[in-house]
Design a protein around this ligand. Structure first.
Ligand SMILES: NC(=O)c1ccc[n+]([C@@H]2O[C@H](COP(=O)([O-])OP(=O)(O)OC[C@H]3O[C@@H](n4cnc5c(N)ncnc54)[C@H](OP(=O)(O)O)[C@@H]3O)[C@@H](O)[C@H]2O)c1
Length: 269
């Protein structure tokens, strides 16, 4: 019988436990798609989350036997370090191992040429730590996609993309997006201060507005959500119209295009 796509008895190995790797481990420990006793973390230095994972039964810096048995290898090092990290894995992986790369700008074909295993590329946000992330997924291998979904769907809304090139676009929208939202929140707070609020009250109110927006149903159409707040002739409608005239859509477009252009420059080396 072929092995199950996600086999809870086989190790999952995370290589790199920095900002994103730590968020992934937090999410796995809390939301459970990986049994911590089957989790191994390769990391040059101890992190708060590796201590927590170790107490839950995870292996930190496993020996070669664990690597040989691993079904999923998640690569979460900086793009500049991936070849060095992969050198420790090449030739040691199980025949049915699958590599899931969360690295920006490293092509699946390059990883496959070194590790010789199917590769899925997944770009998650660090909100996977709270089980509330979003992630773009692409692979040309059905099993790799299925395994990536099994590991990340409990932590994120996983959007499967039809082409690898779209990963950079998804990153410019969703990966960078939270920073754009924070910048917009700051601008709203500054506008509140200019209009007469205290800085503390303005920041609290602007952040509360973003939290309220995020609490809306994920399934509801965006136009309907806007229409529910912005009634014709009302204050919100006036505000939205002024924001559009001042270039709200142009600013979002410019941000995505600039992030995408930079991603392509970085991948070109
Ligand atoms: N941060 C994000 O929001 C985000 C989102 C999407 C994708 N990504 C991608 O995720 C990857 C990691 O980003 P990051 O922000 O988490 O970077 P980071 O905080 O610098 O983490 C990278 C980690 O890799 C470790 N490392 C270095 N060499 C290693 C090796 N040979 N074997 C195992 N681990 C090694 C480092 O260990 P030490 O700390 O001990 O040096 C570090 O903790 C990047 O490729 C990035 O494109 C990040």
């Amino acid at each position: 019988m072929p092995p199950a796509v996600s086999d809870p008895a086989r190790p999952t190995v995370l290589v790199g436990c920095g900002r994103l790797g730590s968020a992934i481990v937090e999410g796995w420990l809390t939301h459970g798609p990986v049994d911590p006793r089957r989790l191994s973390i390769v990391t040059p230095s101890a992190k708060p989350v590796t201590d927590r994972a170790g107490r839950a039964g995870a292996t930190i810096n496993p020996d070669a036997e664990v690597l040989v048995d691993a079904r999923a290898i998640v690569l979460a090092v900086k793009p500049a370090k991936w070849r060095e990290a992969a050198a420790g894995l090449a030739g040691r992986l199980a025949a049915d191992a699958v590599v899931i790369s969360v690295m920006a700008g490293v092509r699946a074909a390059d990883i496959r040429s070194v590790l010789d295993r199917p590769v899925a590329r997944l770009m998650p946000t660090t909100a996977v730590a709270q089980g509330r992330g979003v992630a773009a997924l692409w692979s040309d291998d059905a099993e790799a996609s299925e395994l990536a979904l099994a590991l990340f769907a409990p932590l994120a809304d996983v959007v499967e993309l039809p082409t690898e090139d779209q990963i950079d676009i998804a990153t410019a929208v969703a990966g960078s997006g939270p920073a754009y939202v924070h910048a917009f929140t700051r601008a709203m707070a500054e506008a509140g201060v200019e209009a007469g609020l205290s800085p503390d009250d303005a920041v609290r109110l602007a952040r509360g507005a973003v939290r309220s927006a995020a609490a809306a149903s994920l399934d509801e159409d965006l136009e309907d959500l806007i229409a529910r707040i912005a009634s014709p002739g009302g204050t919100t409608r006036a505000g939205l119209q002024a924001a559009e005239e001042a270039g709200l859509a142009r600013a979002a477009h410019a941000a995505v295009v600039a992030a995408l252009t930079r991603a392509r420059e970085l991948s070109a080396g």
